[in-house]
Design a protein around this ligand. Structure first.
Ligand SMILES: *Cc1c(COP(=O)(O)O)cnc(C)c1O
Length: 375
């Protein structure tokens, strides 16, 4: 058995190598490295896949969030509500723009932003909400859309971990994650469910006006060359990355299914174990398992992780410190104990190897090792 990896990008590449290599070579031969046809074609194909009107590619998932906030015209001091249990990028861009990140607790089952907590945190300064589809599980979009409408707030979906996931809305529709809010954002970081071979990101929206503004902001605030109507940024997806993504996009659903298959194996292995809570499967969405995250109960999570390390099984803690307790974000607003669910999760979650290439032999080895730890 080869060494088990948290994410196995090499085996995935081997399966599509001929197509990928040709796609990269074509871009090099064309020398259209920036804003080449691959970018435009990818944006179109991705928009079709998502069932959304506009896709605007950009430099990375963090930029996508920043550009989204800039396109909504928020002003210094405006408050943006997001979850305390996420990757730092979500809150970072809010702070960077001089806006105020208002962090709230998450739900115990989905690990996603609590709509009740969002509602309690709304003030006259609140302008936007950023839910994150953490680990590939959808946030409660039906209720968030209603809440945002009621208070006239913008809704940005951070879909960096949820790309390709489906949401089953109250109206009976099946909708791709990232397309229910005013703007959706994603990342093509290599280990994401749709990853490129470097940095990349994108924004999606059904709103023509917002799409237009996003395009201008991502391109130095200019519509006509050398005329700058807005303060913008330089954030582009390279043509080479777009060409790679064009090869990988048709595989995304098969990649999601491979992840779900591995998740199903883990589910069966740990179902009803007294010390292990398997990930919740919401009836409202199709979980696409960016991470497969266990909750370790009445046992030492860190000892389990160490034990697995000795058995050459990587396991990661996403995320060990909630955002409200990070040095850069800890302020008079927050104290330890504010968000009990987030804090409990940070101390007790453990993510297992999850990618598209896990074999039954690897899965069985991981299962046996974990069960043996508790014997
Ligand atoms: C990865 C990630 C981002 C940032 O994406 P980058 O492309 O690395 O900038 C933002 N939000 C979440 C939830 C992420 O997982």
């Amino acid at each position: 058995m080869k060494k088990i990896q948290m994410v196995d990008l090499k085996s995935q590449y081997q399966k599509i190598k001929p197509e990928i290599d040709v796609a990269i070579q074509e871009v090099i031969d064309s020398t259209a490295f920036i804003k080449g046809s691959a970018v435009k074609n990818f944006e179109k194909e991705f928009a079709d896949y998502l069932g959304v009107k506009h896709v605007i590619a950009c430099g990375n998932g963090t930029d996508a969030l920043q550009i989204a906030l800039m396109a909504l015209g928020l002003e210094r001091g405006d408050e943006v509500i997001t979850t305390s249990f996420t990757f730092i990028a979500t809150a970072e861009v809010i702070a960077l723009l001089g806006l105020t990140p208002v962090l709230v607790d998450v739900e115990m089952d989905t690990y996603n932003i609590s709509v009740e907590a969002v509602e309690k945190a709304i003030t006259s300064k609140t302008k936007a909400i950023i839910p994150v589809h953490l680990f590939g599980q959808a946030a409660n979009m039906d209720d968030l859309v209603v809440l945002a409408k009621k208070h006239q707030l913008s809704l940005i979906e951070d879909t960096a971990q949820g790309i390709g996931g489906d949401y089953y809305s109250n109206s009976g529709q099946t909708i791709k994650l990232g397309t229910m809010g005013d703007i959706g954002t994603t990342s093509f970081f290599p280990s994401k469910n749709l990853g490129c071979y470097g940095d990349g990101g994108a924004l999606f929206t059904n709103n023509d006006e917002i799409a237009h503004k996003i395009r201008i902001i991502a391109n130095h605030g200019m519509e006509t060359r050398y005329y700058h109507d807005l303060v913008g940024v330089n954030s582009r997806l390279d043509s080479i990355q777009a060409a790679i993504l064009r090869v990988k996009l048709p595989h995304l659903d098969e990649y999601s299914n491979a992840r779900r298959k591995a998740a199903h194996y883990y589910d069966q292995a740990f179902l009803n174990h007294p010390n292990i809570k398997i990930p919740y499967r919401s009836k409202k969405s199709k979980h696409i398992f960016h991470q497969y995250t266990l909750l370790i109960k009445d046992a030492n999570r860190d000892e389990l992780r160490e034990y697995l390390g000795i058995k050459n099984i990587p396991a990661m803690i996403y995320y060990p410190v909630p955002l409200h307790l990070q040095k850069a974000y800890l302020n008079e607003r927050y104290v330890d104990g504010d968000f009990p669910v987030t804090e409990y999760l940070a101390s007790n979650v453990l993510s297992l190897p999850m990618h598209t290439e896990l074999t039954d032999i690897e899965l069985s080895y991981i299962k046996e090792a974990i069960l043996a730890f508790f014997k």
